[in-house]
Design a protein around this ligand. Structure first.
Ligand code: GTP
Ligand code: SPV
Ligand code: MN
Length: 584
């Protein structure tokens, strides 16, 4: 079933031919993106038990997928940037020579779709017909990938019509192979706009539109074309006078983007609202006056554990229909369940691996279990979310999980200092990637696993972008994750983060009191609304304090990181580090 448009597109038909010759599928199916097609996929997956129907009365059109237990998170150690020179990939990436990588991948893909169907998924990243949107074609043998792509992006005919006869599109080739981590590779060839991914069916490894296209490849294009492709949410903060201030925020994986983007203000702040535009990726262009951000995606791939009626009521409401759950537990009533979803533990829980679960044993839901759900269903959706020109951004936030050191919120002195704050961000690792959890590492701009080129060049690009706009956004750093000596969070977080957003809003609008410290402007306890939180004085002090001894150690760690980045580290950032060191 070849579509007319694709037949006319020689670059596209050439790509499809070469992949089908390599992978030797039994059948080829073009995905048109229709609802009927989606239902057909679901029916087929229910039949072969790769989907499990959830309680259709309470969760209409919601399904559970259990992935291979060895395939539940991104595998950064198996992710490569493939170029001719190692220096193009830089310190934060794994590198393979493009010729060597191509040969290796081609041998793995050889005949990988024998006996299977090859699905062709044309997709648009960004609002339809936006000047900033991009087309991709993902070829996959995984029905799970197809139904997730249908929710996460704009797939099918509209993508082919937007492409027309152009040869400018991202090529993605994905095959499950035998889901063997020893033969798992996620390879990016920026020069050819090509992604080859084999051996994993998991989110960021397999939905090639997401991290592979929209961040790793897009970041390379963004540098050449003078824009930014970032791991950032986009929200509109609507104040009681109905003014909307747009904010982008970069937090590492599983560190609060979806939750902040969907924040439902508590009662005390019922005259404020947060309007959601995106929860993971922002493409940011300068119009000369302002930076304008679009969300290339059309769905959420959100972390399930911790989501509940208190922390994120908007999310709970959103995922009540048309949602695919991956690796969550299921209750006796057929409802999805995960740790901290409900106050009491439901009876007869089946865990994410399909076994009867006993409370007190391992987690019922995998810590990186997720929901895939359409943006359109969000009660907090911004009316501007598909604005083809994007929305003007007034503030950029950086923030990683830090149990110590970084205050609840601080503001940079200026653009370059803000870039320094983002570039030197430290964060504790999470279950979103395979590996140890809670290990502190540098995660510049929350892009460490996603920047497709040398991170030193990326920093320079960020510095330069500040000069390409009349009103650069103010840059802030936040940390919701400070803990006490018992590991308990000091800050209530979640919906109460509105208090921090309000201070940021004040600062952006020339109000809001702050003290100038060595690291930036920090709110006074009085300028931040803490009323009703019952925080002890020492807790407030910890949240807003600069501990000189700890910051001195931090400076040493940043030096080490800068040295690892090497020659490409811009001198402006060394300069900021020296200034910080001497002010301490
Ligand atoms: P990715 O989808 O991996 O990029 O994650 P994300 O950055 O969107 O993170 P998300 O909002 O899904 O939150 C990840 C985890 O952090 C969840 O378990 C949340 O419950 C928890 N979390 C989010 N916000 C807060 C907060 O303000 N305080 C605390 N303590 N935990 C939070
Ligand atoms: C992340 O890990 O940052 C995610 C999930 O948003 S994934 O799609 O796997 O990248
Ligand atoms: Mn993410």
């Amino acid at each position: 079933m070849l579509s007319d448009t694709s037949m006319e597109n020689l670059a596209l038909s050439g790509f499809i031919d070469s992949v089908s010759r390599l992978t030797e599928p039994d059948r080829i199916l073009w995905c048109n993106g229709s609802e009927e097609e989606y239902s057909d996929f679901v029916r087929q997956m229910l039949n072969d038990k790769t989907l499990i129907e959830l309680n259709q009365e309470l969760y209409p059109k919601c399904y559970l997928h259990r992935s291979n237990p060895n395939d539940v998170a991104r595998t950064e150690q198996l992710t490569f940037i493939c170029t001719d020179n190692e220096e193009d990939a830089g310190y934060t990436n794994n590198w393979l020579h493009s010729i060597e990588a191509k040969a290796k991948l081609e041998s793995l893909f050889k005949g990988s779709m024998k006996g299977r169907t090859m699905y062709i998924v044309p997709y648009i990243m960004g609002p339809e017909s936006s000047a900033y949107s991009q087309i991709g074609i993902e070829i996959t043998d995984s029905p799970y990938v197809v139904i997730n792509m249908k929710i996460m992006t704009r797939i099918g005919k509209r993508a082919l019509s937007q492409l027309g006869d152009s040869d400018v599109f991202v090529k993605g080739i994905h095959s499950l192979g035998d889901v063997n981590p020893d033969k798992r590779y996620i390879c990016h060839f920026p020069k050819e706009r090509l992604i080859m991914s084999i051996g994993s069916g998991y989110g960021g490894n397999a939905l090639l539109s997401k991290k592979c296209h929209s961040l790793r490849l897009a970041s390379v294009a963004a540098r050449e074309e003078k824009w930014l492709a970032e791991h950032m949410l986009i929200l509109g903060l609507k104040s009681p006078d109905s003014k909307v201030t747009y904010i982008c925020a970069a937090f590492p994986s599983a560190s609060g983007k979806t939750n902040l983007a969907m924040l439902k203000p508590p009662m005390k702040y019922s005259d404020w609202s947060v309007l959601t535009l995106g929860d993971d990726i922002s493409w940011i262009h300068s119009d000369g006056e302002n930076f304008r951000a679009i969300n290339p995606e059309a769905g959420l791939f959100g972390v399930a554990p911790g989501t509940n009626a208190k922390t994120n009521p908007n999310a709970l409401e959103t995922i009540r229909k048309n949602t695919i759950f991956t690796n969550v537990a299921i209750t006796g009533q057929g409802n999805p369940w995960w740790e901290d979803m409900t106050d009491s533990i439901p009876s007869s829980v089946i865990d994410w691996k399909g076994n009867h679960w006993l409370s007190g044993n391992d987690k019922a839901a995998h810590p990186n279990s997720r929901f895939t759900t359409p943006m359109k269903q969000m009660p907090s959706l911004s009316p501007e979310w598909e604005n083809p020109n994007g929305v003007p951004i007034s503030a950029l936030l950086f923030g990683g999980r830090r149990s110590k050191l970084t205050p609840l919120v601080y503001e940079s002195f200026n653009w370059i200092h803000g870039v320094f704050i983002g570039a030197t961000m430290g964060a504790e690792t999470t279950a979103a990637a395979v590996g140890d959890v809670g290990r502190l590492r540098r995660d510049p701009m929350a892009m460490r696993p996603f920047c497709g080129y040398n991170i030193g060049d990326y920093f320079k690009h960020w510095i330069d972008m500040g000069t390409r706009v009349k009103n650069p956004p103010k840059i802030f750093h936040v940390n919701w994750f400070r803990t006490d000596s018992n590991g308990k969070f000091l800050w209530p977080g979640f919906r109460e983060n509105i208090r921090v957003l309000k201070w940021i809003n004040d600062r952006v609008n020339g109000k809001g009191i702050a003290v100038k410290t060595q690291i930036g402007y920090i709110p006074t306890a009085e300028s931040l609304d803490l009323e009703g939180l019952n925080l002890a004085e020492n807790v407030v002090n910890d949240l807003l304090n600069v501990n000189v001894k700890e910051w001195t150690q931090e400076v040493d760690q940043i030096k080490e990181f800068f040295n690892s980045v090497g020659d490409k580290l811009p001198k402006e950032l060394w300069n900021e580090l020296n200034k910080l060191e001497s002010s301490l």
